[in-house]
Write a protein that binds this ligand. Structure first.
Ligand SMILES: [Zn+2]
Length: 51
């Protein structure tokens, strides 16, 4: 995954399902993201539009 970093998008303490988005989501409109349930990755979109 290189140097890409992700940030938690919806942090509801009650939710076990979390969506993590690339830190460049807004600034670069990068749409890479992944979803975790109980800290396990269940879905991944690993398409960064930047280095
Ligand atoms: Zn990205």
């Amino acid at each position: 995954m290189g140097n890409h970093r992700f940030t938690l998008y919806n942090h509801n303490d009650a939710a076990i399902k979390k969506r993590w988005i690339c830190t460049k989501w807004t600034s670069r409109k990068c749409r890479a993201a992944f979803v975790t349930i109980n800290d396990e990755i269940v879905k991944k979109i690993n398409e960064h539009n930047h280095d």
